[in-house]
Ligand binder design. Sequence first.
Ligand code: SD4
Length: 376
Amino acid sequence: MMPFIAHRQSGFIPHRPTVHQPHRSPNPPAMNLTRRSLLHRGTLALAAGSSLPAVRAAEPAAAVAAGDLPLIVSTWPFGKPANEAALKSLLGGGSLLDAVEQGIHVTESDPKNASVGLGGIPNAAGVVQLDACIMHGPGHQAGSVAAIEGIVHPISAARRVMEKTPHVMLVGEGARLFALEQGLASVPLDTTAAYAAWRKKRAAEAEAAAREADPEKKKENHDTIALLVLGTNGDIAGGCSTSGWGGKLPGRVGDSPIIGGGLYVDNEVGAAGATGLGENVMRYCGSFLVVELMRQGLHPEEACLEAIRRIAKKDPKGIDISVSFVALDKKGRFGAAGSANGFQYSVTHRGSSAVLTAPGVGPLDIGPVGGNRKDQ
Ligand code: SD4
């Protein structure tokens, strides 16, 4: 049990974290199919829940057949359990937005993740300020919160902004008070002994997990979750959540809560999400750009690559911009790309869940601390 105190409107109650059951595929995946034969079929059928070796990026033909929908695509290997929670929600009758929310909750609650949720890296003042947004293709609805403090699930706050207010974005203390008013779980902002102890434990757990995975890794080796869902009926939704750039100036807002920056959904075309140095995404309306390139007919992977090339061409830093995108389109095609080589993303659909490695525009490689921390 996570040892922090959750605050609901009515008072302080112990927070019960979601119990994440191991994902059970609704259709047991065929274990002996080769990747080549799967791609030939237009699917990626790797065993859900298994520890999967990363495989090379999907060829631009990567797509799922209509019968394999829903399709969920997200950033980084830690997106895989989030995808699986999203799939479980959909198969249990949840809506697209429920799937986005439930999926991202997994990452926001993960004590090992040092870059999403309240376990994220604090800003320069030692405070964790979180950014999140959500979009619903039907009706082109959007909600967002930025620089919000003390709220356990910023993605839920973003969804409430979309559904319960006439606004798109709330920031700072206004966003926090709104989330509390909506009854969302929170932690107190003061450094009570319990909160301080919880923060210390979370930081130690994250560091230990990173060391276990790779002794060379720093604890700041994780990044934003952007999660995109294509439903069986062709509707699309997406969400994005992050603690942002570690050590950022207090009040700094990144790309992740910016509609068109860290996330964009167009129900007629597809969706895209970003991870990386937000300043290098938001100046170019990065996710919007990827969706617009898909509208022009590019495969999602090509659209991600082309958006990065365009940014790199304009940017004084050239390709050294630490930006990665994931995308899917209305036809069930998906892809991703990074400014550096080695960006990994997660793809899940009926009976299948996998971590893939995206092509990089290169020639840089994502280093041991992840693609998006190298400038910090
Ligand atoms: C930000 N884009 O706040 C986020 C952080 C991130 O990889 O994605 N890091 O700039």
